[in-house]
Design a binder for this molecule. Sequence first.
Ligand SMILES: Cc1ncc(COP(=O)(O)O)c(C=O)c1O
Length: 507
Amino acid sequence: MSIKKVRQHPTQNEPLIFERSQKGRIGYRLPKLDVEETNLDEVIPEHLRRNDDLDGFPEVSEVDVVRHFTRMSTWNYSIDLGMYPLGSCTMKYNSRLNEKVARIPGFTNLHPLAPEEEAQGALELMYRLQEDLAEITGLPGVSLQPAAGAQGEMTGILLIRAFLDKRDGEASKDRRVMLVPDSAHGTNPASAQMAGFTVKTVKSTSEGLTDIQHLKQLCSEGGIAGLMLTNPNTVGIFEKNIREICEIIHEAGGLVYMDGANMNALVGVARPGDMGVDVIHLNLHKTFSTPHGGGGPGSGPCCCSAELEPFLPVPRIVKEGNRFRLDFNRPNSIGRVKAFYGNFGMMIRALSYIYTHGAEGLKEATETAVLNARYIAHHLADTFEKPFDSDCMHEVVFSHKKQARKGVHTIDIAKRLIDYGFHPMTIYFPLIVDGAMLIEPTESVGRQDLDAFIDAMKSIAKEAEENPQIVIDAPHTTRIGRLDEATAARKPILRWKPDMESMTKTA
Ligand SMILES: Cc1ncc(COP(=O)(O)O)c(C=O)c1O
């Protein structure tokens, strides 16, 4: 066999572990049996015995296995490799310190059923995190139970429902309309509907803001339970009329839910509670030190006004003197929404993130996240169509309108970005922008990386103009080329326009 054939260059395709198999090769050696060998026939009846046919299993050495999987691990893009501008996901770099703290054995080995007396440290940590989130949001009631942003939404909406039922009694059944702007995150109408509300869609203006006239008109139709507002909304724009919006909803007898998953644009600078918002959820797995996605657990704490606090899930963590305990005796509570107390490891990371930043550091992170997004918005505004003129917050949306004239669409631009060494941005979301490219750089990118990203995007736009096919056929540098999704996306998705009414209609 020639050297060329034996040696596997890292840039070549990797054979399957089965193809590496060599008869008789092993990766383990068990110690010699130091007890008498048992005759299985005597202890386990035949029909209960597993018949492992090991034929066909790969026979490989330890080094084969380690190198095979290590090589493949280097094909993945990760937050540790570079910028991850996936809009709406806040894929920021998070300090190793927070990971280290989350792995302190006293925390990781604590059993969720440990008696309160033996879990004082964990309870204190949760209590302190609640206090800090209350301070950050300006909303005093906090539950850390929800295990995802969407579950935090559902919890918040159930609080609204429980509050209205208590306030209005029988009459509350006539108040079942939840207003949701068309620029909201898709989980918002889903949560509202799951909580038993009928969703009505509020239009956006050409500036990307909630259309106040339309909001007033919908309110005048009656039955308003509340509004679910993503702020900054999914086009990255701050609802500057938020106070007026809250007043309109309150006058109509409803409550305001703010989707706070985009709080990376506000922490330390503005507090939803001060804007008139009644209830909000946060995504700890975006803003507070756990990366979004990647298969790990989520955490979507729900923060609410004092009026809604009695309805929060049980158990609540209460402080009595210097001790902490779990309070189940809350007769108005909507009940439990998650086993035990929520995803504790993420709470540790979040508190570590808050403490290591301090109040000033949190504010600085927010300002940098917004500055970075605006830097990209400014430098790419002449190259890509920017559907809204308003200044963006933590993320900026472009469309493929200019490039589509040459047959280059959002999916092609995203795939070509991979060739330039970047993870693609979020594509075809938000739905209200045709061919959307949603870019969120976060605060953890320096000027050099921002410039490199901007250069890559400009270069792709130039290619789209001069040699569109190179973009349409991208990626060229990955081990696997364009998958079928490309054809699928170019055909149905690009011609598809969201029908928000039917998407949000109550069954
Ligand atoms: C604005 C917004 N709301 C809600 C969610 C839902 O969060 P989760 O994916 O944790 O359910 C997301 C997710 O990124 C989001 O961006």
